[in-house]
Design a binder for this molecule. Structure first.
Ligand code: FAD
Length: 454
């Protein structure tokens, strides 16, 4: 079918939409609208002083939902640039004045260190809870209450509160279990069915088995932004001119629902109307609300307004020397929100991906919620690590304003209602309305396209 697809937002979600349109509807016309001057959205790689700074996502985690993203990496030819992470024995949480280790590898050494720094009964209770966490029941949608039920309040406060605050910037008692743990929006994922449609080439399959399956996470040699850039190049190289239109510096301004037209405005304030058969919106809900301002879709606007967002500040900090204590061998650490600290968490980039940084250097990412001074961040980092950190070579700071959706209890019901109402008008929402995790975003883009194909 030669549908006209209009995709708004050229982050990883919008680009994945365009990629899978190309795969499933080769004759379709795709128009990609992006308000900034580049593709990639939150994926932001900056190279300075020999340091690769991933200011947004810093790596892609391997997991259960990898096939559509792997398939895309295969097809765009990015796999020779794969860099896999070095496994670390621990991650850490900051609790009662110090870092406590959490085993990442289940061997005697890591487990006995956990018991020494914590308690044996904690370990047993956490282990007993694992099957329940992996297969949660669907009764209550409050994540905190759910953890209280299976591990008790004390362990919820210490571990669940730390982990989820670090990931979502919100207390577990204000988070939805269905979105954060059960991930019911991913329930349609079926590896066997996908394996019939998304077939890897032999060369990629070998790399996948040899390299990827053993790693926790991965990056690309020249930065994560190679992913969006290469998808764009693939689209350009594999489309007839009349079938692909990419408009950067162009904002989706208004949706004319009756006429099925998207109104856009470019940097020269030129207004254009683009007709669509299907409109994909991979942009924040606040943007969609403003695009529907003149419409009478009041119910939809109300549902969209219920979606709230959090902000964080990241700092990529680089030193041309080793600054971590020798026994720090972890992915990073997360800080319990009740410990009265500014730092929300730290990611040890150069420990995870040493090949990407100059020898004997250190590169960390530190997250805070409040806008505190660099000096305060460095002093707190020193106290957490138990060493005085030297003045860094470089600090790159970025505000992520309202980029993190608060998945409150009941969020999924609201999203489903919204999804249905919009679908009736051939409008499909994706992206961070579902998840922040890149492989999941790519699967969602694929599955939404596949639904149209069937
Ligand atoms: C600091 C940080 C760390 C992260 N770490 C990780 C990680 O380690 N691993 C991981 O998997 N994920 C991580 N994430 C999450 C991940 O980066 C995001 O979930 C993902 O990049 C979102 O992609 P998207 O395409 O859905 O949205 P975005 O990347 O936000 O793209 C949306 C695009 O739409 C454009 N746009 C907005 N409004 C309009 C409009 N009206 N018209 C046209 N265009 C518009 C924007 O300019 C943008 O390019 C992290 C995110 C941040 C901020």
């Amino acid at each position: 079918m030669s549908y006209r697809f209009v995709v708004v937002g050229a982050g990883i979600s919008g680009l994945s939409n365009a990629f899978f349109i190309k795969q499933l509807f080769p004759k379709a016309k795709i128009t990609l609208i992006e308000s900034s001057n580049r593709v990639g959205g939150m994926i932001t790689t900056t190279k300075e002083n020999q340091f690769i700074c991933e200011e947004g996502p810093r790596s892609i985690k391997r997991g259960k939902y990898d096939r559509p993203l792997f398939y895309m990496i295969d097809k765009i030819g990015l796999y020779p640039e794969l860099v896999t992470s070095v496994q670390q024995p621990y991650s850490y949480i900051y609790w009662e004045g110090g870092l406590k280790s959490i085993p990442q590898q289940k061997n005697l050494q890591t487990i006995s260190r956990f018991i020494k720094e914590n308690r044996k009964d904690e370990l047993l209770n956490l282990m007993k809870a694992v099957p329940k966490i992996l297969f949660p029941n669907q009764k209550s949608d409050n994540l905190g209450e759910y953890f209280d039920e299976i591990v008790g309040k004390e362990l919820t406060q210490k571990y669940a509160e730390t982990a989820f605050y670090g990931l979502y910037g919100e207390s577990v008692y204000k988070l939805s279990k269905n979105m954060c743990l059960s991930k019911i929006y991913m329930s349609s994922y079926d590896e066997d069915i996908l394996a019939m449609d998304l077939i890897y080439d032999d060369e990629f399959e070998q790399i996948r088995m040899k390299k990827l399956m053993k790693a926790n996470s991965y990056r690309f040699a020249y930065g994560l932004d190679s992913l969006p850039k290469r998808i764009l190049r693939y689209l350009k190289d594999n489309s007839k001119e009349q079938n692909l239109e990419i408009q950067l510096n162009t904002k989706g301004k208004e949706i004319d629902v009756e006429q099925r037209q998207l109104v856009t405005e470019n940097e020269n304030q030129e207004i254009k109307r683009i007709e669509y058969d299907y409109l994909f919106l991979n942009i924040p809900s606040s943007e969609i609300v403003s695009m529907l301002e003149n419409s009478t879709l009041n119910g939809i606007k109300e549902d969209l307004k219920k979606i709230k967002n959090n902000s964080i500040i990241t700092r990529n900090i680089c030193w041309d020397q080793k600054i971590l204590p020798p026994d720090f061998r972890g992915l990073g650490y997360l800080v319990n929100p009740n410990q009265n600290q500014n730092i929300l968490g730290m990611v040890a980039d150069s420990l995870q991906f040493p090949k990407q940084y100059p020898k004997k250097s250190t590169s960390l990412t530190v997250m805070t919620i409040k806008d505190v001074k660099d000096d305060e961040v460095l002093a707190e980092l020193s106290s957490h690590l138990g060493v005085k950190v030297q003045d860094p070579k470089m600090i790159m700071k970025k505000h992520w304003m309202k980029n993190f959706i608060q998945f409150q209890p009941g969020y999924y019901e609201n999203l489903q209602r919204l999804e249905k109402e919009l679908e009736n008008m051939k409008i499909i929402i994706g992206g961070n309305h579902y998840t922040m995790v890149i492989p999941e975003l790519v699967y969602l883009a694929y599955s939404k396209m596949k639904q149209l194909y069937v």
